[in-house]
Design a protein around this ligand. Structure first.
Ligand code: HEC
Length: 253
């Protein structure tokens, strides 16, 4: 009896394996793309946070040379990325898609910082307009120039919150933000991904939600309509509101 029981168990296990294997292989494929998209979002966040941490320094009118060079920002971004990935350093020398995209992104980061040394180091001026959101948009624009055939990274937001026209969401982003990321049942912080076209091309797309923290509200908080330090009207946002998304597209050709 015990033997028959074991055989039955074995048969069940084999059947379960058969059922699981093909879908597991499929999932692995998707996981590859998903991981690459998350890496691109993580690298952008890593670099962007360095600008945030150095905002007071950047805005200090009494200091000329801030020492915030491309090399410094690059090294710190890689450090932060590595910490965020639990100690895994990015491979920037491989020929695979992930390595090539991360390398191009790091180069975009370096380029934007190099091109803005004059702004960052301008003495006698306090607010220079070089804030994390502007930096991130410039990096994403550089990245698109270099890698736009293969991938795109964009920071966008619900349409009513959009400040810069260049950051406007496309129809797919509008719907995903409204129907999924903003849905009452959506787990806070959960990432949205789907196979969906972008610019008429088949693609794998990922949205990483970003919520307003206390530091964001100086510009995006209340009172709604009052101008912030950058000259934009504040959105009247509250702590924890969905402020926007990092939208990553990996094109499939
Ligand atoms: C110093 C003011 C300031 C602070 C603080 C600030 N932002 Fe912004 N934010 C801006 C400006 C200015 C833009 C438009 C940048 C551009 O020209 O692309 C912007 C753009 C954005 C965008 C892109 C979509 C758009 O409207 O163009 C998102 C999303 C966003 N901010 C979220 C945040 C979040 C989340 C935080 C806190 C972590 C934050 N912001 C902190 C000023 C600020």
């Amino acid at each position: 009896m015990a033997r028959i029981g074991q055989l039955k168990l074995l048969a069940t296990l084999l059947w379960a394996l058969f059922l699981v294997l093909p879908s597991a292989a499929l999932a692995e494929d998707k996981t590859g793309e998903y991981d690459i998209a998350i890496d691109l979002a993580t690298m952008l966040q890593s670099a962007r946070s360095i600008i945030g941490e150095n905002q007071d320094l950047i805005n200090d009118p009494t200091i000329g040379d801030k020492g915030l060079t491309a090399e410094v920002v690059r090294a710190r971004a890689l450090e932060k990325f590595t910490v965020a990935k639990g100690g895994t350093q990015p491979d920037l020398s491989g020929g695979d898609l992930r390595s090539r995209l991360l390398k191009a992104q790091i180069e975009a980061i370096s380029k934007v910082i190099t091109e803005h040394q004059g702004t960052i180091n301008q003495p006698g001026v306090a607010f220079k307009g070089f804030v994390p959101a502007v930096f991130a948009r410039l990096v994403n624009e550089e990245f698109k120039q270099a890698m736009g055939e293969e991938a795109e990274v964009k920071v966008t937001a619900p349409p009513e919150l959009i400040r810069n026209r260049k950051a406007r969401p496309d129809d797919w982003e509008v719907e995903a933000i409204r129907n999924d990321l903003s849905a009452p049942g959506w787990e806070k912080g959960a990432i949205f991904s789907a196979e969906a076209a972008n610019r008429g091309r088949p693609a794998f797309r990922v949205l990483v939600p970003e919520y307003y923290g206390q530091g964001c509200l100086a510009c995006h908080g209340a009172p709604k309509g009052e101008l912030d330090v950058t000259g934009y009207p504040k959105e009247g946002g509250n702590l924890g509101d969905l402020g926007g998304v990092i939208s990553v597209t990996l094109y499939r050709n």
